[in-house]
Write a protein that binds this ligand. Structure first.
Ligand SMILES: Nc1nc2c(c(=O)[nH]1)N[C@H]1C(S)=C(S)[C@@H](COP(=O)(O)OP(=O)(O)OC[C@H]3O[C@@H](n4cnc5c(=O)[nH]c(N)nc54)[C@H](O)[C@@H]3O)O[C@H]1N2
Ligand SMILES: Nc1nc2c(c(=O)[nH]1)N[C@H]1C(S)=C(S)[C@@H](COP(=O)(O)OP(=O)(O)OC[C@H]3O[C@@H](n4cnc5c(=O)[nH]c(N)nc54)[C@H](O)[C@@H]3O)O[C@H]1N2
Ligand code: SF4
Ligand SMILES: [Mo]
Length: 705
C-alpha cells in the first residue's frame, strides 16, 4: 500500500533541531513540498540564531532514500517488507516465546541516544519496556554520562539533579574533558558556545581548558593545559587541597544544609599539587595558581563532560567537580553551577531518599545496576556466557551498540547467534543488520517534539514545542504507535499518548502551561535565567546536601594507587567532529564531503619514535582487538596519547547505507575493553585505553618472519 501524504504548504516553519543537545531553534522554508532553506531562528531565546552544519541539512535525513519506512523481517540473508499489524503481532509473539523458553530476563533492551531526542520515544518506550518485564536493561548512559547521574544521586538525592553551568553569567569557566566547539555542548544545553565563551572573556572573565588534546575549543580559552588521560580526579583533589589548605573555601549559605565538608577536606589532604603533578602532567605551581584563581572568582564554574566520565575515575571526577563548585561558593549561585526549572519537570513526583544503585547485579561479572540499568560493558558477555539466565534476545531502540559499546565486534557475533533481535530504528546499519525485525519509526521533521530532557540541562529556562512539518504516509508509524502496539499485545493494556503525557506534565509543572500555549510562541518561551533553588530541591532522605558521600570516599584508595602506577606507553582517547553525530549521520552526503575523518591522530613526537608518517596506514591494537586506520600527525595532542573518533565502522556486510559505506572507517569500540570500567559507577572506561600503534608495513613484515 503506497500512500502519498499531502505535502506541507509553502511557507516558513519553526521547530527545534533534535540532532544534539543544543536544541537550536530552526527556521525552515518549504517550497513545493521540499525544505529549500534552513537557518538558525534568531528569535529563539536560547539559541539566538545559532546553527551548525548538521542542523542545516536536517532535511536530508527526511529525504534519505536509505531511510526505512515499513517494517522488515529477515530470514537468513533475505529481507521482506511486511505490514505493521503482522510485524507487531510476530514481534510480540516471538518476544513472549523467548521469555517462555528462557525466562523473563532473557530478553534485553538497549536504548540509544536519540531516544532522548524524540519525546514520542522518550514518553512511550518505558511502557513497552515495563510490559516486557525484563530487568536486562542497558543503554548508552553507561557509555556516557552515568558518573554525572551517580554523583547527583549521591550528593543531591536524584540522578537528574544535574548542576548546569550558568555560563552566561560566569566570569571564570574552568572546563575539563569537553569540546563544545565540536559537540555543541553536553549536559549544558548552550547553543552557540563560541559566542558564549567569547562573551565570558569580553566581560573580563577567563576560560581555562584542560584536555589531552588542544581542541577546537582551546581557541576560545585563555589557557589550555594538557592532562594525562584518566588523571583528572587527582587534579581536582589537588585543587581542593590548595583551597582548604589556604582557607579559600567559602561555601556560604550552602554550609547550613551540607554534610561532609570536613570529610571532604580530610580526603583532599594527601593530594598535594606536588604529589599529583607528575601523574597529571600539570606542574604544581600551575595547579596552585588555577586553584587560587578559581576560588577567588566572584562568579566561576567548573564543568567537565565526557572526557571526565568515560574514564576509570568518572564517578570521582563528577563528585569532585560538584564539590569544587560547592566549596568555592560556585554552586546554586549565579554564574556557577545551577539547576534549571523546566516547564515539564521530570522530578515533579520524585520521592526523597530513593536508592538508585546496586539493587541487583549482572549475572556474569556481578556488576551493579544503576537507576534500573546494567552497565553496557556487560552486554556482550551476558549473551556469550552460557548458563541459567543467559541473554537470548535483544531489542534495540534508537541505538547502534555494535559501533557504540565496548567490544562491539564481540557483541556483533553474539547478535548473529541470538534467537531474536528486534530494532526500532529507521536505518539498516551495523547493529540492525542483525535484527530479525526492524520496526522503523517516523523521525525528525515528521514528529511532534518537546525537549523533555534538554530543558533540564539548559543554561536558561525556556520551553519550545515543535509540531511536525511533514505528514507521514499511511504505511508509516510514529514511535509511540510502535511501542503502544507492542505494549498492548504484550500486556493487553493501553496507555496514554505522548501528547496526553506532555499536556499533563506542562499543566502541573512549575510554569502551569499547555501545548496550546507553547504552540502560540513558535520561537519558544523565555522564563528567564536560572535561579537558586537549594535546599528546597534536594531529594536526599534528610533533605541535606552530601559533600562527601561514602561510596566516593571508599573509591579513593583506587585513585591513590594511580599515583604509583606504571604509565602505559600509549593511550587512546576519543574525539567528536562537528559534521558527524555518533554513528548515525554518516549517511548524509553533504556532511561527509571533504577529507577522511576517521583517522588516528598522534603527536609528531610519537610518530617520529614509531616511524609513522602522515597518512600512512597504522594498526592500533588493544587487549581485545585491532583496527587499521590512516595516521594523522598533529602538534595538538599530548605525547603518549592518540585519538580516534567513535561511531565509524560501517563497512560490515549487509549494511544498507550508501554514503556511509563509501567511507566506512573503523570502529573505536572494536578496541574498547569491556573490563576497563569505572568500578564505582559501572561506566565504561573507553577513554585512556592502553594501545600499541605500528605502521602497517611493519605489521606485515613481522607477520612474514
Ligand atoms: N569509544 C566511544 N564510544 C562511545 C562514545 C565515545 O565518546 N567514545 N560516546 C558514547 C555516547 S556519549 C553515546 S550517546 C553513544 C551513542 O550510541 P548509540 O545511541 O548506541 O548510537 P547512535 O550512533 O547515537 O545511534 C542512534 C541510532 O538511532 C537511530 N535513530 C535516529 N533517530 C531516531 C528516532 O527518532 N527514533 C528511533 N527509534 N531511532 C532513531 C539511528 O538510525 C541510529 O541507528 O555512543 C557512546 N559510545
Ligand atoms: N558533532 C557532534 N556533536 C555531538 C555528538 C557527536 O557525535 N558529534 N555527540 C553528542 C553526544 S551523544 C555527547 S554525549 C556529547 C559529548 O560532548 P563533549 O563531552 O563535549 O564531547 P567531546 O567532543 O567528545 O569532548 C570530550 C573531550 O574530552 C577530552 N578527553 C578525553 N579523555 C580525557 C581525560 O581523561 N581528561 C580530560 N580532561 N579530557 C579528556 C577529549 O580530548 C575531548 O576533547 O556530544 C554531543 N554532540
Ligand atoms: S548545534 Fe545541534 S541542535 Fe544546533 S543545529 Fe547543530 S545539530 Fe542541531
Ligand atoms: Mo552521548
Amino acid at each position: 500500500m503506497t500512500a502519498f501524504p499531502s505535502a506541507p504548504a509553502d511557507g516558513t516553519y519553526y521547530r527545534a533541531c533534535n540532532l544534539c543537545e543544543a536544541i537550536c531553534g530552526l527556521q525552515l522554508t518549504v517550497r513545493a513540498g521540499q525544505v529549500v532553506d534552513v537557518r538558525g531562528d534568531p528569535d529563539d531565546p536560547l539559541s539566538r540564531g545559532h546553527l551548525c552544519p548538521k542542523g542545516a541539512v536536517i532535511a536530508d535525513i527526511h529525504t534519505d532514500p536509505d531511510r526505512l519506512k515499513r517494517p522488515l523481517r529477515r530470514d537468513g540473508d533475505t529481507w521482506t517488507e511486511l505490514g505493521w499489524d503482522e510485524a507487531l503481532n510476530e514481534v510480540a509473539a516471538r518476544l513472549r516465546e523467548v521469555q517462555a523458553r528462557h525466562g523473563q530476563h532473557s530478553v534485553a533492551v538497549y536504548q540509544g541516544n536519540p531516544s532522548v531526542h524524540n519525546s514520542g520515544t522518550l514518553l512511550s518506550a518505558g511502557g513497552f519496556v515495563r510490559a516486557l518485564g525484563s530487568r536486562s536493561r542497558f543503554s548508552a548512559t553507561s557509555m556516557d554520562q552515568l558518573p554525572h547521574h551517580f554523583a547527583a544521586a549521591e550528593m543531591f538525592g536524584h540522578p537528574l539533579l544535574l548542576p548546569i553551568p550558568d555560563i552566561d553569567r560566569s566570569d571564570y569557566f574552568l572546563m575539563l574533558g569537553a569540546n563544545p566547539l565540536a559537540s555543541n555542548g553536553s549536559i549544558m544545553t548552550a547553543p552557540g558556545m563560541a559566542s558564549r565563551l567569547k562573551a565570558v572573556r569580553q566581560r573580563g572573565g577567563k576560560v581555562v581548558l584542560i584536555d589531552p588534546r588542544r581542541t577546537e575549543s582551546a581557541a576560545y580559552a585563555d589557557e589550555h593545559h594538557f592532562i594525562r588521560p584518566g588523571s583528572d580526579a587527582l587534579l581536582l583533589l589537588a585543587f581542593l587541597n590548595v583551597i582548604f589548605a589556604e582557607q579559600l573555601d567559602r561555601p556560604g549559605r550552602l554550609a547550613e544544609f551540607t554534610d561532609g565538608l570536613e570529610e571532604l577536606q580530610t580526603a583532599a589532604v594527601p593530594f598535594t599539587p606536588e604529589r599529583v603533578a607528575p601523574v597529571t602532567g600539570l606542574d604544581a605551581p600551575t595547579i596552585r595558581r588555577l586553584a587560587r584563581e578559581f576560588a577567588a572568582a566572584p562568579r566561576g564554574v567548573a564543568y567537565g563532560r565526557i572526557g571526565l566520565s568515560l574514564q576509570a575515575f568518572g564517578g570521582l571526577c563528577q563528585w569532585l567537580l560538584n564539590a569544587l563548585n560547592l566549596v568555592t561558593g560556585h554552586l546554586d549561585a549565579p554564574g556557577g553551577a545551577m539547576w534549571p526549572r523546566p516547564a515539564f519537570d521530570l522530578l515533579m513526583r520524585a520521592k526523597k531518599g530513593e536508592t538508585y544503585h546496586g539493587r541487583w547485579h549482572s549475572r556474569v561479572r556481578g556488576l551493579p545496576e544503576f537507576d534500573g540499568e546494567l552497565p553496557v560493558a556487560a552486554l556482550a558477555e551476558e549473551f556469550t556466557t552460557p548458563g541459567e539466565g543467559q541473554l537470548r534476545a535483544l531489542v534495540t531502540i534508537a541505538g547502534n551498540p555494535v559501533l557504540s559499546t565496548p567490544d562491539g565486534a564481540r557483541l556483533d557475533e553474539a547478535l548473529a547467534d541470538a534467537e531474536l533481535v528486534v530494532s526500532v530504528d529507521p536505518y539498516l546499519n551495523a547493529t540492525t543488520r542483525r535484527a530479525h525485525y526492524i520496526l522503523p519509526p517516523a523521525v525528525g521533521l515528521e514528529t511532534r517534539h518537546y525537549d523533555v530532557v534538554f530543558h533540564h540541562f539548559a543554561v536558561r529556562n525556556t520551553a519550545r514545542l515543535s509540531d511536525p512539518i511533514f505528514p507521514i504516509g499511511e504505511d508509516q508509524r510514529y514511535d509511540y504507535q510502535i511501542f503502544e502496539g507492542l505494549r498492548q499485545r504484550l500486556s493487553g493494556e493501553g496507555g496514554s499518548t505522548p501528547d496526553e503525557r506532555l499536556e499533563l506534565g506542562l499543566k502541573h509543572g512549575p510554569r502551569r502551561t499547555s501545548l496550546t500555549e507553547l504552540r502560540a510562541s513558535p520561537h519558544g518561551t523565555d522564563y528567564g535565567p536560572l535561579e537558586p533553588c537549594l535546599p528546597e530541591r534536594l531529594l536526599t532522605a534528610g533533605g541535606r546536601l552530601h559533600a562527601a558521600p561514602a561510596p566516593m570516599l571508599a573509591d579513593l584508595p583506587r585513585l591513590e594507587a594511580l599515583l604509583g602506577a606504571e604509565v602505559p606507553g600509549l593511550v587512546l582517547i576519543g574525539r567528536r567532529q562537528l559534521r558527524s553525530n555518533n554513528s548515525w549521520m554518516h549517511n548524509v552526503p553533504r556532511l561527509m564531503r571533504g577529507p577522511e575523518r576517521c583517522t588516528l591522530m598522534l603527536s609528531e613526537v610519537d610518530a617520529a619514535r614509531l616511524g609513522i608518517s602522515d597518512g600512512q596506514a597504522v594498526e592500533v591494537r588493544s587487549r581485545v582487538g585491532a583496527v587499521t586506520v590512516p595516521a594523522e600527525l598533529t602538534d595538538t595532542l599530548m605525547p603518549g596519547v592518540v585519538s580516534l573518533p567513535h561511531g565509524f565502522g560501517h563497512g560490515k556486510a549487509g549494511v544498507r547505507l550508501r554514503t556511509a559505506q563509501a567511507r566506512p572507517g573503523v570502529s573505536y569500540n572494536d578496541l574498547t575493553d569491556p573490563a576497563a570500567l569505572d568500578e564505582l559507577t559501572g561506566n565504561s572506561a573507553a577513554g585512556g585505553l592502553p594501545v600499541t600503534v605500528k605502521p602497517v608495513a611493519a605489521v606485515q613484515e613481522s607477520a612474514a618472519d
